[in-house]
Design a protein around this ligand. Structure first.
Ligand code: IMP
Ligand code: MG
Length: 178
């Protein structure tokens, strides 16, 4: 259990300002595209999706999806499994995947391919944070809020072993907290 508050990496004010900016950009890009389906990836994207969706000015619908990464001991294999699917058909619809963090890129890569196979009108991606130096697969992030380093980020939906998801800021967990 963490013993101290994580160090602030991105303040709550900075996050809110960027989310408002990004929502304006998305609203402008999707104007005249009909209804946008925002697909949030549980659990990490729930707070980001809540704030982003409330700042959009275009017609939108909210769906959720959940995935799990296969692990061999403590080693992540890169293989991803779907554990919760969207309830509606996305055929012919404009889809925006909303993720918390892109690390190796395997999760987002899997989701893009899986959703594209259902013949939507378009699939784009929006992620709160990207660890740009950790990429193992090349995935396109269309809307990005922040780039971060290698450290483990928590807060604003992101967790460390289910802790610190509800912090209003994005922080870094120090090794001695873990
Ligand atoms: P991927 O490596 O891009 O497939 O990312 C897989 C998942 O790992 C993300 O969706 C997060 O749930 C989790 N993850 C990776 N890095 C962090 C981090 O720094 N903080 C919290 N979760 C992370
Ligand atoms: Mg995630």
């Amino acid at each position: 259990m963490p013993t101290s508050q994580p160090e602030v990496l991105i303040s709550a004010e900075e996050i809110q300002a960027r989310v408002v900016e990004l929502a304006a950009q998305i609203s402008s890009d999707y104007a005249d595209h009909g209804e946008l389906i925002l697909i949030g990836v549980l659990k990490g994207a729930f707070i980001f999706l809540a704030d982003l969706s409330r700042n959009l000015t275009i017609p939108r619908q909210i769906e959720f999806i959940a995935v799990s990464s296969y692990e061999h001991g403590s080693i992540r294999s890169g293989a991803v499994r779907l554990v919760l699917d969207v309830r509606e058909s996305i055929e012919g619809r404009h889809v925006l995947i909303v993720e918390d963090i892109v690390d190796t890129g395997h999760t987002l890569h899997y989701l893009i391919n899986m959703l594209k196979s259902r013949n939507p009108a378009s699939v784009r991606t929006c992620t709160l944070v990207r660890k740009e130096h950790s990429a193992e697969v090349d995935v396109s992030v269309d809307y990005l809020v922040f780039n971060v380093g290698y450290e483990w980020s928590v807060g604003y939906g992101l967790d460390f072993a289910e802790h610190d998801r509800t912090l209003t800021y994005i922080g870094i967990v120090q090794p001695d907290d873990q």
